[in-house]
Structures are given as structure tokens and as C-alpha cells.
Design a protein around this ligand. Structure first.
Ligand SMILES: [Zn+2]
Length: 286
């Protein structure tokens, strides 16, 4: 599932390819997604120019030169790729063609000589046209907490959110109204680096560890963005290039393997909580 770094990379790739470009046509190939694509609303984008592309949590927002905004969520397997009018794909050297199955294409937005295509195998993603004035109050975005890479995500902020909380630190960090966009993989990795047991209760986390959590979260996300995102199952960035962060995982998906800390003799354990896996070292995370 694309997490924050993958969405950020997708956003950057989109910015590189479609910013300031004019939409020449919109084709709905298959409207079936988490929310069906509204053909009438989307075809109105014809002739509009893309002004700005931003990421908020795991959402991508594309602003046009009027009041239109496209709100996009990649769900589990959503991704973008580009094709030229003659059918040839962009950046073919990066493409892993076997991973693009055209029957999972949903939307095609044409910009002159090339098209942007949204492909989603499991159909949990969505693309909605909304109005600029409704962005902040949108029910997808209105309750989101701090962006972990922003300056607002600091010691005082996190402390205020976990103080007196009896929930586990894992659940608190996964709570989107506290930290926006942080998912299971990066939370597991963060807690390992901070040597904190995932089920430790929020109010028991000492100040020193809160500081560490902040700096580790920022570092992990930045490194993952630089590395091209994780390659968890279906993820490729919109240029079809596979991310390379996966080989750097320390606990995620390493059940039964040795802890990577030289001084630690522990093994990585996996427990299930409300349908999600928790990976942690049985020795050094306390
Ligand atoms: Zn360990």
C-alpha cells in the first residue's frame, strides 16, 4: 500500500510531468473505484490548466486555473503512468511492463502529445473533483493531524497528543488525527529505531523518547522519499520505477529473523492487533 513517501514521490513525478499543462480530453475507462468516477464532473476539466499539485497526508490535490481541484487517493494499488499518443510509454527504461495490466486502467487525461493514466488493480483508490473552497472542510481532509515532515510536528505537539493517553504508542502514531499519513510500515520501523515497545502506553513515553520519535519519523520518511519509496507488494512510482526502500526495513516483514542491532541477540516478533501486524524486537524494544 502506498504510504506517505510513495504518495510524495507520485506527487513530485506528477508535478514534473503535468504542471502548467492543459487538459485536452478526459476519458473514463472504468468508473468503478472506491467512489465511482463521476464522468460529468471530470469531463468538465477539458481545457483547464494545472496550476498547483500538493500532497496532504496520503492524498494528492491537483489545482486547476479555476475553482476545480482533483482529490486523489491511491488506495492499495493505485498508480499513474504516462503514454504517448502513439501508444508508447514514457520512461520505458524504468518500466516494469509486466506490472501494468491495461484492464485495470480507470481514467485517462490527455495533455496534447501524452496522456496520464490512472491504474488501480484493487480499486480502493479514488479520484474526485471538488471545489477549491471545500478543500479544507472536505471530510477526507478536515480531521487530519500534523504533517510529520512539517515544523509543526515537534516535541510540544506530540507530547500534548500522547500525554495521559492509555492507548499504545503504536496506535497513537497510526492515528491520522495525530500524525497524518504515517502508516504501519514506518511506525513499526520508527519504534524499532527508538527502542520502544509498540504496545507501550502513550503516557509512559518519556520526554527523551518523544524527542527521539520526532527526529526518527522525519528521518525515516525523508530517507524513504530519497530512496524512491517502499516496494511493498504493488507499489511503483508514476514513472514505473520501483522504489528501493524495502531492502532497508529493519523489522517490518522480518518475523523470526535476527535483530539487526549488533549488540542485541533478540529475534523479530510479529503480533496481530485489529487486523494489522506489529513487528518488533523482543529484546531491545522495551
Ligand atoms: Zn533487538
Amino acid at each position: 500500500m502506498p504510504e506517505l513517501p510513495e504518495v510524495e514521490i507520485t506527487k513530485r513525478s506528477l508535478s514534473k510531468q503535468i504542471l502548467r499543462k492543459k487538459v485536452s480530453s478526459v476519458t473514463i475507462i472504468n468508473p468503478e473505484l472506491r467512489y465511482n468516477i463521476n464522468k460529468e464532473k471530470l469531463t468538465l476539466l477539458k481545457g483547464k490548466i494545472i496550476k498547483k499539485i500538493i500532497r496532504r497526508s496520503k492524498y494528492i490535490l491537483i489545482f486547476f486555473n479555476d475553482t476545480n481541484v482533483l482529490l486523489i487517493h491511491l488506495g492499495m494499488t493505485g498508480r499513474f503512468y504516462y503514454t504517448k499518443t502513439n501508444g508508447r510509454k514514457f520512461n520505458t527504461s524504468f518500466y516494469n511492463n509486466t506490472n501494468i495490466i491495461n484492464k485495470h486502467d480507470h481514467l485517462k487525461i490527455k495533455f496534447g502529445k501524452f496522456s496520464l493514466i490512472y491504474n488501480d488493480v484493487r480499486k480502493f483508490g479514488f479520484i474526485k473533483r471538488i471545489q477549491k473552497k471545500n478543500v479544507v472542510t472536505s471530510n477526507h481532509l478536515s480531521r487530519l493531524g500534523c504533517e510529520p515532515l512539517s515544523n509543526k510536528f515537534c516535541f510540544n505537539y506530540l507530547k500534548s497528543k500522547i500525554l495521559n493517553k492509555k492507548s499504545s504508542i503504536k496506535n497513537l502514531l497510526m492515528n491520522q488525527s495525530i500524525v497524518a499519513g504515517l502508516g504501519n510500515i514506518y511506525v513499526n520501523e520508527t519504534l524499532y529505531f527508538c527502542k520502544i515497545h509498540p504496545e507501550k502506553k502513550g503516557y509512559k513515553i518519556v520526554d527523551k523518547d518523544i524527542r527521539k520519535l520526532i527526529s526518527v519519523i522525519k528521518k525515516i520518511l525523508k530517507n524513504a522519499i530519497i530512496a524512491g519509496g517502499s516496494t511493498i507488494k504493488n507499489y511503483h512510482n508514476s514513472e514505473g520505477k520501483k522504489g528501493s526502500y524495502q531492502k532497508n526495513f529493519h523489522v517490518y516483514d522480518r518475523e523470526g529473523k535476527k535483530c539487526l542491532r549488533i549488540s542485541c541477540k533478540g529475534k523479530i516478533r510479529r503480533i496481530k492487533r485489529s487486523g494489522r501486524s506489529i513487528f518488533y524486537c523482543s529484546k531491545c524494544q522495551t
